[in-house]
Design a protein around this ligand. Structure first.
Ligand code: AMP
Length: 547
């Protein structure tokens, strides 16, 4: 059957297996990513049973990368990108050099030629776009200063890889000692200049022409009033620009999509555009992890354990230490340095392309490729743990902050416990104000760092982060609270917060927010005592007014 419809069977088996194993992983308190990767291993050629089409899987993964990078671009203005260049450029360059040196060291120990070690090291130095963005999005860090540095750093790595991939064929000759003298250097300079020229041309076309045409087109479509056409326009722009960039300018899909998003970020429609791409983006990101799993032969763990262990240590530990040191050296806080280190402590798609080319050119031994592939899957599985460690540190750090200043003129604080408020947006800010005016002690958990910082300046105890993340509710001392108000619009996320709080404090009165009867039932089933349905309250207020 699958021989007739390889695309359909790859998508369907991939999504179904990923779903089932993701669910199992979640139940076992691991990251669902682990489930997706194992789904890939099961579908891959190294395990018995069904084997999906690897080429199709990696193309599907590429669509995931395009949609993710487009989404990131939508949050990024050119100003943001330029504002982090002072740290992102030297940081990425030094980190690539450090990781390459470590990889070369391992290659040397394994008796590979210098060129093989270099390709191996370079493959260990670039982080995966998907893994990094997923991690930052889960923690709502994309719009924070730390998130911007991490994304800027990623862009520099991406550019470095685009250059490496075009230079590698030319360098391969030099590395193998086949060419010497000036002819060799000329072979190197020509593709370098050509590639840099193409990247510059692409950026210039996007900034001069794309910046005018693309937002204008989107505005035009928005005014037609057709939701379907608007959605289509967003996908046509993101995929079309990425594809055009790759084919006309030899830029990576990821960079092309990032620029398409970035020139839209100045338009008011960007929020809507981002919203439209979400469901597809998530589905394709899952297929990315499945396709990674498919490449890996699990038997390598037995076949080559020590070199694999060292490879994983270079990716997770060696690179992190290098990144941490550079970020601290540039005077950024420890928390920023830790976020960057955790974000980059993994490898993915670029490494696969690089080792594939290295083997094809005869520079890298096959064993090197196997180590990189297995190292990638292990580092991706370990990545959520790195972030869990970071969360622990961050919460401890937040707790230390001077946030409980008493603002003059307020009523004296009540002593019968505090209220924990999740979300300081349209609903939360009114709640917070009234509670404070009444002299109640409030601790706020807010994922938007700027909103949280503003609250802290006003003297409110505020924690930055997703309230559903580990340790956040504990940091807000939920065990001693006299109530929890979940004032965020997303009932699914709200449900996670409610059930965590309920587990931590069985007697706690919990009040949550919903928009439909189903959401009310969902939140109540997870332990909310009262669920306020916004629309119903609006209706009641309207009826009261009309009399
Ligand atoms: P609004 O949509 O205007 O009601 O605002 C909701 C507020 O809650 C925003 O400020 C969000 O940043 C914040 N928020 C949304 N989800 C979470 C979450 N899981 N944890 C903490 N804050 C959140």
């Amino acid at each position: 059957m699958e021989h007739n419809t390889p695309l359909i069977s790859t998508i369907v088996v991939g999504l179904v297996l990923a779903f089932l194993l993701g669910l199992v992983a979640q139940r076992l308190r691991a990251s669902p990513l682990v489930g997706y990767l194992i789904a890939g291993v099961i579908m891959g050629p190294f395990t018995p049973g069904y084997v999906a089409n690897q080429n199709i899987a990696s193309e599907l993964a590429e669509i995931g990368i395009i949609l993710l990078m487009f989404g990131v671009g939508l949050h990024f203005s050119l100003k943001d990108l330029l504002s982090v260049r002072a740290i992102a450029i030297p940081g990425a360059v030094v980190q690539i050099a450090a990781a390459s040196a470590m990889g070369m060291g391992l290659g040397y120990a394994l008796g590979w030629p210098l060129g093989g070690g270099l390709v191996f090291g370079l493959a260990l130095s670039v982080a995966s776009t998907v893994v990094l963005l997923r991690a930052l999005q889960d923690r709502r860090l994309i719009d924070s200063e730390r998130g911007r540095i991490a994304v800027g750093w990623l862009i520099v790595e991406d550019l470095a890889m685009v250059l490496t991939l075009v230079l590698l064929p030319a360098v391969a000759g030099l590395l193998k000692g086949e060419v010497n003298g000036s002819a060799g250097w000329l072979d190197l300079l020509q593709p370098l200049a050509l590639t840099l020229g193409k990247v510059t041309a692409f950026v210039a076309v996007m900034l001069l022409v794309g910046r005018r045409v693309i937002p204008a087109m989107l505005h035009y479509v928005a005014h037609t009033g057709s939701r379907e056409l608007f959605r289509l326009a967003v996908f046509a722009i993101s995929l079309g620009v990425a594809f055009g960039a790759a084919n006309l300018f030899d830029v990576s899909f990821a960079l092309g999509a990032f620029f398409a998003g970035m020139i839209l970020s100045e338009s008011e429609l960007s929020q809507r555009a981002a919203h439209e791409t979400l469901p597809l983006r998530d589905a394709f990101a899952v297929l990315f992890f499945v396709s990674v799993g498919m490449l890996v032969d699990p038997a390598i763990v037995i076949r080559d354990p020590l070199p694999l262990l060292i490879t994983v240590l270079i990716i997770t530990f060696g690179k992190s230490v290098a990144a941490f040191a550079i970020v601290r050296l540039f005077g950024h806080p420890t928390r920023t340095a830790l976020t960057i280190s955790a974000s980059l402590a993994q490898i993915g798609e670029f490494s696969f392309i690089l080792v594939g080319l290295g083997v094809a050119l005869g520079v890298l031994p096959e064993r090197g490729r196997e180590l990189v592939l297995a190292g990638a899957i292990i580092s991706i599985m370990l990545n959520p743990l790195m972030f869990a460690l970071l969360d622990r540190f961050t919460v401890a750090d937040d707790r230390d902050g001077p946030k409980t200043k008493q603002v003059p003129g307020r009523a004296a604080p009540r002593t019968d416990g505090h209220v924990v408020l999740v979300g300081h947006g349209r609903v939360g800010r009114h709640v917070c104000k009234v509670l404070r005016d009444n002299g109640a002690a409030v601790m706020v958990i807010e994922s938007d760092p700027e909103r949280a910082a503003r609250l802290q300046e006003e003297g409110v105890t505020a924690f930055t982060g997703n309230a559903a993340a580990p340790d956040m509710l504990e940091a807000a001392e939920i065990g001693q609270a006299r109530g929890l108000l979940v004032a965020i619009p997303d009932a699914f996320e709200g449900g996670q917060i409610v059930s965590k709080a309920r587990a931590l404090n069985p007697k706690l009165p919990i009040i949550a927010r919903a928009h439909s009867d189903e959401e009310v039932a969902h939140l109540r089933s997870l332990g909310a005592d009262v669920v306020i349905m916004g629309e119903e309250e609006i209706a009641k207020a309207m009826i009261t007014r009309i009399g």
